[in-house]
Design a protein around this ligand. Structure first.
Ligand SMILES: [Fe+2]
Length: 243
């Protein structure tokens, strides 16, 4: 499996707080069946701006060297959609301020819990710019989570949807669980990731949620959202269908 959304780089956001925790999270993920982890520190977040891409890249390299070859760590970011996000997307053609997923055309995009820029406009403009936004955990965004029609429209406008494993399992409560299952029922989920932040409360691992999805929705769906689609994204290939 490939985990497309993780906070495994140490002391850069609200994720891993030390190299020891960072390494342990990666080893746990590997034992749980993940061969590739995409490190996605927050960017453009009010608390973690993180626009020094060279510094982030050095953290990735250091983590990989501490781990050895497995699991493979590739670089991405979880980019907050603020009012100037489209300027940041424009910067990708020159001196980037934001980090796409594995330097692909895909960008992990997070909308805040408060209303911000119109997601339809952001998704549409990004698509025109050749960037495919992967919307992080819509099931956890209160103003979006239960609006299936709006989420369906965002997918039609060019977005992909990433749900979080703990949501599927019900670890965040009934709301995110029901929303994530409704999205699966509607065939609107492209990726499931851990969004792991630490070892204890937001741990790595996809296997438990993948097993639940396999039982409820079948193995083709579980494979698509944990292997096939995230692999296509980090290889910059087209993701053709939702699960
Ligand atoms: Fe995250």
């Amino acid at each position: 499996m490939i985990d497309l959304h993780t906070h495994i780089l140490p002391s850069i956001d609200d994720g891993a707080s030390s190299w020891d925790e960072s390494v342990a999270m990666c080893r746990n993920a590997a034992e749980d069946g993940c061969s590739v982890l995409v490190a996605t520190p927050h960017q453009r977040h009010p608390h973690w701006w993180n626009d020094d891409l060279a510094a982030i890249s050095r953290l990735r390299a250091e983590l990989q060297s501490r781990l050895g070859p497995h699991p493979r760590i590739v670089l991405g970011a979880e980019v907050r959609a603020d009012v100037a996000i489209l300027n940041a997307v424009d910067s990708l053609a020159g001196e980037p301020m934001i980090q796409p997923l594995a330097n692909s055309r895909y960008l992990l995009l997070e909308f805040g819990t408060e209303a911000g820029p119109e997601p339809e406009a952001v998704v549409h403009e990004m698509s025109i710019a050749g960037i495919t936004p992967v919307l992080a955990h819509p099931e956890c965004i209160p103003w979006l989570a239960h609006d299936l029609e709006r989420l369906d429209n965002l997918v039609k406008l060019g977005a992909l949807l990433q749900i979080t494993a703990m949501s599927v399992l019900g670890d965040f409560g009934r709301g995110p669980r029901d929303s994530s299952h409704n999205l699966l029922d509607a065939g609107l989920v492209h990726v499931m990731a851990s969004d792991c932040h630490n070892l204890e409360h937001r741990p790595p691992g996809l296997s438990s949620a993948a097993a639940l999805i396999e039982r409820k929705y079948g193995s083709a769906t579980a494979t698509a959202i944990t292997i096939t689609n995230p692999k296509a994204i980090i290889n910059d290939h087209a993701v053709s269908v939702a699960a």
